[in-house]
Design a protein around this ligand. Sequence first.
Ligand SMILES: Cc1cc2nc3c(=O)[nH]c(=O)nc-3n(C[C@H](O)[C@H](O)[C@H](O)COP(=O)(O)OP(=O)(O)OC[C@H]3O[C@@H](n4cnc5c(N)ncnc54)[C@H](O)[C@@H]3O)c2cc1C
Length: 492
Amino acid sequence: MRRKAAVIGSGFGGLALAIRLQSAGIDTTVIEARDKPGGRAYFWEKDGHVFDAGPTVITDPACLRELWELTGADMAKDVDLVPVSPFYRLSWPDGTTFDYVNDDEQLARQIAELEPADVEGYLKFLRYSEGVYVEGYEKLGAVPFLDFKSMLKAAPSLARYQAWRSVYSVVSRFVKNEKLRQALSFHSLLVGGNPMTTSAIYALIHKLERDGGVWFARGGTNRLVAGMVAHFERLGGSMRLDDPVADIETKGDNANTVRTRSGWSQDFDAVASNADIVRTYEMLRHPAGGRGAARLKRKRFSPSLFVMHFSTDGRWPDVPHHSILFGPEYAGLLKQIYGGSTLPNDPSIYLHHPTATDRSMAPEGRSTFYALAPVPHLGRAAIDWDKEGPAYTRRLLEILEQRTLPGLSDRLGEVFHFGPADFEQELNSHLGSAFSLEPVLTQSAYFRVHNRDDRIRNLYFVGAGTHPGAGIPGVVGSAKATAGLMIADLAA
Ligand SMILES: Cc1cc2nc3c(=O)[nH]c(=O)nc-3n(C[C@H](O)[C@H](O)[C@H](O)COP(=O)(O)OP(=O)(O)OC[C@H]3O[C@@H](n4cnc5c(N)ncnc54)[C@H](O)[C@@H]3O)c2cc1C
């Protein structure tokens, strides 16, 4: 008899897991709370503008291609990935800019302009990043850390690369210039980690980008999600949208039934959750549920984000696809985001400008953008977002107009935002965290939520709360680890 599995949530991790299970001949049903799949990669269409809600920087396309190759299919038939260059344009309030490109010569020239001695330091950093990439991503990125033994096995390489040090501190060993230190350490923010405290292992992202490139899915990240769903459904999998799961019912120490808010229910041989880890334990009708949720609530969660979407009249040929606008403070700002209780007035901003790569993201002669600023999560900062949302929108628009989009206010079209309260309510995310558990060493690998629950042996986890963590390559790697366990368990 064919085995049946449920995947709760259709984020990248959930969809990647569902494809792997269905490819292995397990009848898989994805149950999603929202009306569209994709999780953080949701999207809106307004007056011909396409607004992707979340991920925009696609790295390591090979981990995605693999999902099609499992059954001999070709991702290119469903998704058109286009390269983006520069990867990012970095800028500072004093007018300095740095085009972070995949070209040694251009990089060396720009580094030399900032600090000649750092050219050599950068090459040493690149070698370090290559080393952690091989150990931390290639070898361990899709391994389920179920017991402490697995952690001990990884310990020598963690020690060799000084994983207890922070990304910023390791980068500072290699380069002296403060702007370069920021340029080479900000990446951990993309997965919810504070460069000042997150393990230096996250320096691997630099190598990941340099090797695999930075890509954009034509039509937006939502097209990548749509491609994954189309592939999954062609394999015979089923999607159930707009129906939040309310209960994971158990019989003894087995998860056996999934029940949704609409009253629908079905029995499964295995249940995997891609939903928030705290919320999943709250849905679990078993004494381990309450205990699991209480234990996780004591952990550190990554910050939230304020994402301001907007459209403009006309085009901005000088503004690249991805820009990072560093604020006047780096360490001070990070302290505010990760430990403070107020909203930073001088944020660093990531500016997404998809019409720079793909004109189909807006009607002819118009542009689509989003500006993203990390902000404290709801457990730290008791901010009334109904009131602060419009004020923060004005602040971000003011900075953008001064720094990179002159005359913006005269050309502004639609403006709306998605903030911490939306992460909590719309995405069912504990404290409105944008990236789940903070990726610090004491919450990584074995110390993160395990891909299979220790007590309920047919309950599995996938996504940002599990090893290796947030970001598309991370959650797709977690899906590989979880699928390996589920396929083996269901065959036993
Ligand atoms: C604004 C933003 C920008 C980002 N940019 C990038 C980027 O450029 N590149 C990159 O690689 N990463 C980026 N990230 C990180 C990346 O998007 C996430 O880490 C990743 O997409 C999370 O995937 P996930 O599998 O954990 O699932 P999620 O996306 O968290 O999806 C979980 C799903 O579970 C559903 N769910 C929750 N509760 C229930 C329930 N009770 N019943 C049914 N369904 C439920 C939710 O509705 C949601 O659809 C970004 C994140 C954000 C927020």
